[in-house]
Design a protein around this ligand. Structure first.
Ligand code: AMP
Length: 280
């Protein structure tokens, strides 16, 4: 596995690979877990070359969010990345991605970035779409791999690719979970032991809603209330949102008639966790 710290190194390695090879690209912020590795393995299985980026992107964190506390371990990451099939690891400094004075952003406007995570993190997706565009421009992948864990991010990236006619295909991989059901996340290590126990309520509340849906319940109001009540039964949780929305457009609905996304964001003292499930 090659490691590129700079854009010059990245370009040199990509040129050596040659233009006739297909490139699968996995953008991450590092502190890799099995969720990330599932994306790398998917890229490795379907492309000639797998490129992984590890970049804790400052523009998607607002002041006061956990940019500095975000966990990092490059040595461990690079070993895991190589074992999972990464050919080229891009690990740039912020100054490499954002040259001094950079003031250009890519922003997907509208409800899709304003609801869910956009409510409590109004500048977050602008940072995500900007850095993903920069990385797409630098790497020129055929297929880019994202996790369903960040369902709104997937919807926003797909819309950006469609709106801007970007020449890349977006592949979405299922949520990878811990044995007890907690969705894997780099932020899970930041949970205190008591919080870690109570965090199980995210996946459990979604499973309860899914069971009710499978038993025939179609009312968004009733299913939402089931999730909210489950989460609120754990005293260390603070609900950021519980939403049941159209899977593709993230539009609000009252009754489920087509594939639907049930998504939750829950804050613990310092850590905010996401989870979701598809009702189909
Ligand atoms: P991050 O490093 O958190 O920015 O995540 C990088 C990519 O990994 C994103 O596309 C995430 O959706 C994906 N990802 C994170 N956690 C999981 C998970 N538990 N299962 C599947 N994909 C994940």
């Amino acid at each position: 596995m090659k490691i590129a710290k700079t854009i010059t190194e990245l370009k040199t390695y990509l040129e050596a690979i040659g233009g006739d090879k297909t490139i699968g690209f996995v953008p991450t912020m590092g502190y890799l877990h099995d969720g990330h590795l599932s994306l790398i393995k998917a890229a490795h299985a379907h492309n000639d070359v797998t490129v992984l980026s590890i970049f804790v992107n400052p523009t998607q964190f607002a002041p006061g969010e956990d940019l500095d506390a975000y966990p990092r371990d490059f040595l461990r990451d690079s070993r895991l990345a190589e074992a999972a099939g990464t050919d080229l690891l891009f690990f740039p400094d912020p100054a490499e991605i954002y040259p001094a004075g950079a003031s250009t952003f890519v922003e997907v406007e509208g409800e899709i970035t304003k609801k869910l995570c956009g409510q409590s993190r109004p500048t977050h997706f602008k940072g995500v779409t900007t850095v993903v565009t920069i990385l797409f421009n630098l790497i020129n992948p055929n297929i880019a791999y994202f996790g369903q864990k960040d369902a709104q991010q997937v919807a926003v990236i797909k819309k950006m690719v469609r709106d801007l006619h970007l020449p890349v295909q977006i592949a979405v991989c299922p949520i990878v979970r811990e044995a007890d059901g907690l969705a894997m996340s780099s932020r899970n290590v930041l949970l205190h032991p008591k919080e870690r126990k109570q965090a199980l309520v995210l996946s459990q509340s979604l499973a309860a809603a899914k069971a009710l849906y499978q038993a025939g319940e179609r009312s968004v109001k009733i299913l939402t209330a089931v999730i909210v009540n489950h989460i609120n039964s754990m005293p260390l949780t603070h609900i950021d949102y519980v939403e049941i929305l159209d899977f593709e457009t993230l539009a609000n609905i009252e009754t489920i008639t087509s594939p639907t996304l049930a998504a939750v964001a829950v804050r613990f003292e310092k850590t905010r966790l996401l989870d979701n499930i598809i009702l189909d």
